[in-house]
Design a protein around this ligand. Structure first.
Ligand code: SF4
Length: 318
């Protein structure tokens, strides 16, 4: 069983990524007792793997201590989702390694160059430092001490043409001889109020197909590539590379705005007490009702259907 432990959620982050809603939240650093409480809750319900996320757990100086606590409590795998900037501190990376825990760091690159990555992370000003250089150094430090890194990127208008370069950069940074490199590509799920979707960074999921196909065709065979939560019709064919998290049966019908088709919420939680935030809701649209892959697919984000429609997408009917 896996669980998510949010360490600095709603808290601090040096980056100001264009797609991140957290920049609007007040900064607050989790206390040690709050972190232990959250950890104990996950441990008590039987978690064996824990993901430490939030904005940004790498910026919490007690991260190695909580990792050690989780390891001693029997957690077998700890994933840390961090922008990786604090990993430029080799001593901090060594402290993580010295915990002896089985750790994987999910560390994103949104561009293969300083210009692209720093534009998306909105960290170009000198007072914010240089996000690209920090993250690259952080990845190198992890490789140096032997901490595994999973690559991660999200597609936007600003990096869609750079996707192959990003994959190649990860491959160059992470490969040590014949080892496999793991890289995830995700559509950046819309997390802002709808009006902000039309900002120029946003690449609608429905338009990602050409970039995803190019990336998978050009990818080094020693890279394990996973595409998260993108419908098969966007990609243009069935592929086992697409991974749908939180897939569950549709339940509720809702009506789209004016010109949008009627659609069905695709990811209603099986436990009614668990609310899915509005921005994470996904829906099926007209084509889906005749699609052979519907049981394996979550459709599109509701916000995107309302704003951009699904006009270029076609169902699979054999
Ligand atoms: S179920 Fe809908 S979104 Fe998924 S592949 Fe089929 S048509 Fe596309």
């Amino acid at each position: 069983m896996t669980g998510i432990l949010t360490l600095n959620g709603r808290r601090t982050c040096m980056n100001k990524c264009v797609f991140c809603p957290g920049q609007r939240w007040p900064n607050r650093v989790l206390t040690w007792s709050e972190a232990i409480n959250d950890a104990n809750t996950l441990i008590s319900i039987g978690a064996t793997e824990i993901t430490i996320g939030g904005r940004d757990p790498g910026e919490w100086e007690k991260l190695p201590e909580i990792v050690e606590y989780l390891k001693n409590a029997g957690i077998q795998l700890i994933r840390i989702r961090t922008h990786g900037r604090t990993l430029k501190n080799l001593e901090f990376v060594q402290r993580l390694k010295d915990t002896g825990a089985l750790i994987t760091l999910d560390t994103p690159l949104y561009g293969s160059t300083e210009e692209i990555h720093n534009k998306i992370t909105q960290s170009k000003s000198s007072s914010l430092g240089n996000a690209f250089q920090d993250t690259i150094q952080g990845i190198k430090n992890c490789v140096k001490v032997g901490l595994p890194i999973s690559g991660y990127t999200g597609l936007t208008q600003g990096n869609k043409e750079d996707i192959n370069n990003i994959l190649n950069l990860y491959r160059a940074l992470l490969s040590t001889g014949e080892e496999i490199t793991i890289i995830d590509i995700s559509s950046l799920v819309i997390k802002y109020p709808v009006k902000l979707l039309i900002q120029n960074w946003c690449l609608p999921t429905k338009d990602m197909g050409p970039y995803l196909r190019e990336a998978t065709h050009a990818c080094d065979p020693k890279v394990i590539l996973t595409i998260h939560e993108v419908p098969y019709c966007v990609y243009g064919s069935y592929t086992p590379l697409i991974y749908n998290e939180n897939l569950c049966k549709p339940r509720k019908s809702i009506k789209g705005k004016k010109s949008s088709p009627a659609f069905i919420i695709a990811n209603t939680p099986s436990d009614p007490s668990q609310q899915i935030p509005k921005f994470l809701k996904r829906a099926y649209f007209e084509e889906c009702f005749n699609c052979n892959l519907r049981q394996q697919c979550m459709g599109l984000p509701v916000y995107e259907l309302q704003l951009f429609g699904s006009s270029n997408l076609r169902a699979f009917r054999d």
